[in-house]
Design a protein around this ligand. Structure first.
Ligand code: SF4
Length: 242
């Protein structure tokens, strides 16, 4: 019997190669899934709505404050058809594809298209380090721009700004005043608040929401939206799969 067709490993910088090595075992037509579950959308302009989450395993980044490190090295291989069926079986009109970093796995692109074809509103949460240009235009992209104190600012793929649609969203996670100053300067330099929905949130135990709101008001960036990671207030902050 012939070997199943292997998916080529994603192109990542040398320091990230070991982080994506698990994907070498995933054949074309399959995905490495960390978890699939129903919850409420905690962030973005869709916050508060019921949402089916499809969390893909593995990430090539290592943000120092990452709250999903459990997705780095644990996942179950599933065919794309099985992932699609499981996501649709949750019977929720809103589906979020998240990770880890979902765009590391090539089958996620047709999966998102198939979910759109099935009538779902599809959100994609991505780190901003991967090329988003091949994402189905019906998908709402929620893209991070990594601030300096994440440790991953150097991975920001600035060309993605040219591929985002006016209906897409850019998220800044703020871990310090330095991060806020960087985010505000980046928003102004690229007029991001005139082009996309811009969201700022704070790292849960590093910046207090009242501090972030103070910085926002002082900046007069009137179109920028503060958000809290809602699920950290609904459930215990360390609860997973919610
Ligand atoms: S990109 Fe997302 S999943 Fe990856 S390390 Fe950063 S926060 Fe965690």
């Amino acid at each position: 019997m012939s070997e199943p067709l292997r998916t080529p490993l994603p192109d990542v910088p040398p320091e990230a190669r070991a982080r994506v090595a698990m994907l070498a075992d995933v054949p074309a037509g399959e995905l490495l899934i960390h978890e699939l579950y129903l919850s409420v959308q905690g962030e973005s302009t869709f916050a508060g709505l019921p949402c089916a989450f499809v969390r893909l395993a593995v990430c090539d980044s290592r943000c120092v404050w990452c709250d999903t490190p459990h997705a780095f090295a644990r996942g179950t291989r599933m065919t794309r058809a099985a992932v699609r069926a499981a996501a649709l079986a949750l019977a929720c009109p809103l589906v979020e594809i998240t990770g880890g970093e979902p765009l590391l796995q090539p089958d996620v692109f047709p999966l998102m298209t198939e979910l759109c074809d099935a009538g779902r509103t599809v959100l994609l949460e991505t780190s901003g380090a991967r090329d988003i240009s091949a994402v189905d235009p019906r998908v709402h992209v929620i893209m991070d721009l990594k601030c300096p104190d994440s440790g991953e600012e150097y991975r920001n793929r600035w060309a993605n700004l040219g591929a985002l649609k006016p209906t897409d969203e850019i998220k800044f996670v703020i871990a310090s005043r330095r991060d806020w100053d960087w985010a505000a300067a980046t928003i102004r330099a690229h007029k991001l608040d005139e082009r996309f929905a811009c969201l700022v949130s704070c790292v849960f135990d590093r910046v207090k929401p009242v501090e972030l709101v103070g910085w926002l008001l002082e900046s007069a960036l009137w179109r920028v939206r503060t958000q809290l990671q809602m699920h950290k207030y609904i459930w215990e902050p360390t609860t997973r799969g919610v």
